[in-house]
Design a protein around this ligand. Structure first.
Ligand code: AKG
Length: 291
C-alpha cells in the first residue's frame, strides 16, 4: 500500500526525507524505463546542441540558445545532456541514449505512461495521507545518471528553484527505477536541514537583461560529513521536503541509476513565486494531482 505508518510521517517531519521501499512494482519500473527508451529513440536533438561554433559570438549565441531551451522547457518534454558529449560540430561523441543527463520538465503532462504513474491511485493516497489538500504537479524529471560519467548533483534545496510563500509547501517524490547504491550515485541528505529557511534562490532575470537566471544568496559550503547516504532498491519512493539539503555524486560505476521524480505544491493558501524560472503557462497550468 502507498500509506506510510504514523511513525514514518513523524520521521519525515523530523528529518525532511523518507524512504518508502517497494512503492513501485518491478513491472511499473520496467514500464517507465521502456517508455523512456522509446522517447529517447524518437528524440529531436535540440538545435543549440548541434550548431557548430567557432567565434566567441557564435559561442555566446549557443549559450543563449541553451538558456532559452531550458527556460521554455517547463511545459514541454526536453532533453538535457551531459557535458562533453558533443564535438564542436555538434556530432555525438557518445551514443545519444548514453549522453542524456535528464529529460524535463513535463513528462507528467504529455506522456501517458508518466501521467498515469504521477496521478496513480497510490500516489494520490500517499499525498492524502500526508495531509495535502490541493496538491498540484509543478514539474517532473527523468534522471539517467549514466554509467561511467553521469554527473553529480551538487548540494541544494529544491525550494531554491521552486520557491513559495510560505515555505514548506513543496514536496518531491523521487522514484528509483533501478537500484541506487553508494557506487552509482544514490541520494545523500542532511537530516533535519529543512527547518531553517532557504539559503539561495534562483530567479528568472527580467526579459532582455542579460543571463536568463541568477542566484540571490549562496549555498553554504556544507561539511560533507553532515550528509547521510540513502541507497535504495528499485521501486523505492523517496519523499523529499522542499527545504531539505541533498545531493548525489557522480556515477563512476558500470550501472546506470535511473529515476523518475516530480514535485508537488500544496496550492491551498500558497503563492508560487512569480520570480521562479518555472511558471505555469496557458498551455500547461499546474495540473491538480487528485482526479
Ligand atoms: C532532485 O530531484 O531534487 C534531485 O536532487 C535529484 C538528484 C538525483 O537524482 O541525482
Amino acid at each position: 500500500s502507498g500509506k506510510p505508518e504514523a511513525w514514518s510521517c513523524l520521521k519525515f517531519q523530523e528529518e525532511g526525507f523518507l524512504v518508502l521501499e517497494g512503492f513501485l512494482s518491478v513491472d511499473e519500473c520496467e514500464a517507465m524505463k521502456q517508455r523512456i527508451g522509446e522517447i529517447v529513440a524518437e528524440m529531436d536533438v535540440p538545435l543549440h546542441c548541434r550548431t557548430e561554433f567557432s567565434t566567441q559570438e557564435e559561442e555566446q549565441l549557443q549559450a543563449q540558445g541553451s538558456t532559452d531551451y531550458f527556460l521554455s522547457s517547463g511545459d514541454k518534454i526536453r532533453f538535457f545532456f551531459e557535458k562533453g558529449v558533443f564535438d564542436k560540430k555538434g556530432n555525438f561523441l557518445v551514443p545519444p541514449e548514453k549522453s542524456i543527463n535528464k529529460i524535463g520538465h513535463a513528462l507528467h503532462a504529455h506522456d501517458p505512461v508518466f501521467r498515469s504513474v504521477t496521478h496513480s491511485p497510490k500516489v494520490q493516497a500517499l499525498a492524502r495521507s500526508l495531509g495535502l489538500q490541493m496538491p498540484v504537479v509543478v514539474q517532473s524529471m527523468y534522471i539517467f545518471k549514466q554509467p561511467h560519467f553521469g554527473g553529480e548533483v551538487s548540494p541544494h534545496q529544491d525550494a531554491s528553484f521552486l520557491y513559495t510563500e510560505p515555505l514548506g509547501r513543496v514536496l518531491g517524490m523521487w522514484m528509483a527505477l533501478e537500484d541506487a547504491t553508494l557506487g552509482n550515485g544514490c541520494l545523500w541528505f542532511i537530516p533535519g536541514s529543512h527547518t531553517s529557511g532557504v539559503s539561495r534562490r534562483m530567479i528568472r532575470a527580467p526579459a532582455g537583461s542579460g543571463p536568463g537566471t541568477c542566484f540571490l544568496g549562496s549555498e553554504p559550503d556544507w561539511d560533507s560529513s553532515l550528509f547521510v547516504p540513502t541507497p535504495v532498491q528499485r521501486g523505492a519512493l523517496v519523499l523529499i521536503h522542499g527545504e531539505v539539503v541533498h545531493k548525489s555524486e557522480q556515477n563512476l560505476s558500470d550501472h546506470s541509476r535511473q529515476a523518475y521524480t516530480f514535485h508537488l505544491m500544496e496550492a491551498a493558501g500558497t503563492v508560487w513565486s512569480p520570480e521562479n524560472w518555472l511558471q505555469p503557462t496557458a498551455e500547461l497550468p499546474f495540473p491538480a494531482l487528485y482526479s
